[in-house]
Design a protein around this ligand. Structure first.
Ligand SMILES: Cc1cc2nc3c(=O)[nH]c(=O)nc-3n(C[C@H](O)[C@H](O)[C@H](O)COP(=O)(O)OP(=O)(O)OC[C@H]3O[C@@H](n4cnc5c(N)ncnc54)[C@H](O)[C@@H]3O)c2cc1C
Length: 449
């Protein structure tokens, strides 16, 4: 059929699977090629519970795809963060207004759900065990190798989307082009996943209404709830240095580290030592590149275009927002791909770079600042201002997690709001006057510039 709308998607991860639903809903015939075997049968990443924070930008995309209700059933609301002090004290701090929350969702569960929904659509076909080897850009051809037989084949398509993640082979083909900008920056920290299991009766051992953080200055542990009663914990720690993965090699070193810095976790995590030794230590990096496309034929989205560190919980949300934005551009330009891709590439990389920067900044906030009483006081003032002046003030956290304000706008607000914070700190007895008239006066003065 001459007018048949067709697309190839490389990578059936979170973004690729979701994007196939968007395209199929518009009548495209979509072929999705995935390196892994079918995880609906094979299970997801060795069966480990890995969870992600889903927030407003992600929900919007999930809603457009028509699967909000399904995901809501397995998403656990986390309206705030719970800080665990060294002395086992607990400090709770809401993320936003009453009723606002970020949500803990199982990465595997969400990916499987997205693939199921897409596969139920008659115009989407999944091809598992197909590892992309690269794209012949001049001939619009993606090359694949069957991971079971080793056989290679090529697929031609006028529209190829690279949703093949942070180490994208599709991007690697673009990297060979002249004037393609690319940077990859690792941070000095790695992460290791650990687990707080469910109680014997299947209930959770801690409050599920929060993202739990053990901020320890130069490192931190976090925990997000799973629907099976467990919590997935992630330890973020330097690779090298005095307190680092490098110095936690022997059992007694690991045990001493947990006893010193996370004493309240030990009774909750009976297998921490085994988990620590068994689970890999993984690296974290940021990928920035531009352009994200080759003519109007090949386009990168999701981590393939913009991998970021996880400290704002936005990598997937950002990738899902790519889908929402492309969808609205498809309306605007009546599916004229040269115009869609031109506008997308003109604006979106700046926002992706902004959330990459915000994510790096948020690491310092999570591991260090959240334990600072001044910072917690500022959070109270922020909340008060947002409630009293909803049209004039929105915190950076809220812009990122509870709105669709472009990320670049949120990044620009960081320095402005830091200035407001320092002005507020000059107020005498702010601790007892954080809703008082002086706060409003300083706010108005700041607003006026
Ligand atoms: C520790 C950690 C915590 C995180 N927490 C959050 C969070 O709380 N909130 C959030 O929004 N984000 C979070 N993220 C980020 C999030 O996981 C990613 O942004 C998201 O998975 C990106 O989706 P994607 O589909 O672009 O890439 P991926 O999920 O990586 O999917 C890429 C797919 O492409 C496939 N593929 C790769 N190579 C090939 C090939 N050669 N051929 C064919 N297929 C291939 C892969 O198998 C995979 O299925 C976190 C990330 C990490 C590491």
């Amino acid at each position: 059929m001459a007018n048949e709308k067709k697309a190839v998607i490389v990578g059936a991860g979170l973004v690729g699977a979701l994007w196939s639903v968007f395209l199929a809903k518009r009548g495209y015939t979509v072929d999705v090629y995935e390196r892994r075997s079918d995880f609906r049968q094979a299970g997801y990443i060795g069966g480990r519970s890995i969870n992600l924070a889903l927030s407003e930008r992600g929900w919007k995309a999930v809603e457009i795809a028509g699967i909000r209700e399904k995901i809501e059933q397995v998403a656990i609301p986390m309206p705030g963060r719970m800080m665990h002090g060294l002395d086992s004290s607990l400090t709770y701090q809401p993320y936003g207004h009453e009723g606002q929350a970020i949500y803990s969702v199982s990465r595997g569960g969400l990916n499987i759900e997205l693939v199921k929904i897409a596969d139920e659509m008659e115009n989407v076909r999944f091809h598992f065990n197909q590892a992309c080897l690269g794209v012949d850009l001049e001939n619009n051809t993606a090359r694949f190798q069957d991971t079971r037989t080793g056989a290679e084949h090529a697929i031609e398509s006028d529209l190829i989307f690279g949703t093949d993640g942070a180490f994208s082979p599709v991007r690697q083909s673009l990297q060979k082009l002249p004037r393609f900008n690319y940077s990859q920056q690792y941070i000095d920290y790695g992460y290791k996943e650990l687990c707080i299991p469910a109680n014997a009766d299947g209930s959770h051992q801690m409050d599920t209404g929060a993202l739990h953080i053990w901020p320890r200055g130069q490192f931190m542990l976090i925990a997000l709830p799973n629907v099976d009663g467990s919590f997935t914990c992630t330890l973020f720690l330097a690779f090298d240095g005095e307190i680092s993965f490098e110095t936690l090699k022997k059992d007694e070193q690991v045990t001493a580290f947990f006893e010193k810095y996370f004493p309240d976790v030990i009774p909750l995590m009976p297998t921490f030592l085994e988990d620590f030794k068994q689970n890999p230590t993984s690296a974290l990096h940021t990928v920035r590149c531009n352009p994200w496309h080759y003519r109007s034929k090949v386009l990168l989205i999701g981590d393939a275009a913009h991998a970021i560190v996880p400290f704002f919980g936005q990598g997937m949300n950002c990738g899902f927002e790519d889908c929402t934005i492309l969808d609205s551009l498809m309306d605007k330009y009546e599916e004229h791909w040269p115009s869609i891709i031109e506008e997308f590439n003109a604006n979106r990389p700046e926002d992706a770079n902004a959330i990459a920067d915000l994510a790096l900044l948020n690491f310092i906030e999570m591991r260090d600042k959240v334990a600072d009483p001044k910072f917690l006081l500022w959070k109270k003032v922020e909340k008060h201002l947002a409630e009293k002046f909803p049209n004039e003030f929105q915190s950076v956290y809220s812009m990122v997690s509870f709105s669709h304000v472009p990320y670049s706008q949120a990044l620009a607000a960081v320095a402005q709001q830091e200035d407001l914070f320092h002005r507020m700190l000059q107020i005498k007895d702010l601790e007892s006057n954080w809703t008082g008239p002086e706060v409003e006066r300083v706010f108005r003065e700041w607003l006026a510039g």
